[in-house]
Design a binder for this molecule. Structure first.
Ligand code: OGA
Ligand code: MN
Length: 240
């Protein structure tokens, strides 16, 4: 985390690019004008229209885990912050794996999980007004993919759980009810309080996190308070 970064969107992009290719979010509606590498995360309406994704992070997730090459990390830069709420929570998925009860550890060994951008999309459309209907082209960009449930971090060699409520829909090769039950146990375990860091935003904070090691959640902002952040997302390698 870097406090008090008074940088422009172009500087945010240039810095992010030093770590890899930048991913362009499928919701082009919420790209920052002139900078498709930046996704606007905001609950603000201008002329009655959302300027950004207002419900980003409503469910625990790792950014863009629904692609063959998920994200290595994301950089979120605070633009406008509410006077209360608006925290972002991070759960450590290495710890989550290390502390899994033995029965769960063996249940996930060698398993693969299905990840889909659409996992919660319909639900999010029902809960709020942030989610546009996806075009056929957008749907074509988010075909579901399969990743190991336990991945090895390519840089530190540690194992991490790699499933989330936001994007993981089922465990391959298990009957639906078993898959659902196992995922629910993993979701609950992942976000035990001792695995969590809660970020309280300060003006101009730039937070850079590792999507291979963490899942994250928007803690929620009261509707009447404005919040706006800019996000870049760096492409990573295929999980193994
Ligand atoms: C994101 C995200 C959470 C938040 O931008 O990827 O999940 O607190 N944001 O805004
Ligand atoms: Mn996110």
């Amino acid at each position: 985390m870097f406090r008090d970064q008074r940088i422009t969107p172009q500087q945010h992009i240039d810095f992010s690019r030093r770590f890899g290719r930048l991913m362009i979010h499928v919701l082009h509606q919420f790209h920052l004008a002139g900078h498709p590498e930046i996704l606007t995360v905001s609950n603000i309406l201008e002329d009655g229209k959302p300027i950004g994704l207002g419900d980003a992070g409503k469910y625990w997730h790792s950014d863009i885990s629904y692609k063959e090459l998920p994200s290595l990390g994301s950089l979120l830069h605070a633009q406008e912050l509410p006077s209360e709420g608006g925290d972002t929570l991070f759960a450590n998925m290495h710890l989550a794996y290390d502390t899994l009860p033995a029965a769960l550890k063996s249940a996930v060994e060698g398993r693969r999980g299905v990840h889909s951008y659409l996992a919660q999309y319909g639900q999010l459309q029902k809960e709020g007004n942030w989610r546009p209907n996806l075009s056929a082209q957008q749907i074509a960009q988010v075909q579901e993919v399969v990743h190991p449930v336990v991945r090895t971090h390519p840089e530190n060699g540690r194992r991490a759980l790699f499933v989330s409520e936001g994007f993981t829909t089922r465990i391959e090769g298990l009957p639906d009810d078993e898959s659902r039950a196992l995922l629910n146990e993993l979701f609950v375990h992942s976000v035990r309080p001792e695995h969590i860091y809660r970020h309280k935003w300060q003006p101009h904070d730039l937070v850079f996190w590792d999507n291979r090691s963490l899942i994250h959640l928007a803690g929620g902002t009261p509707d009447h308070l404005r919040r706006k952040l800019y996000r870049t997302t760096i492409e990573g390698d295929a999980p193994f």
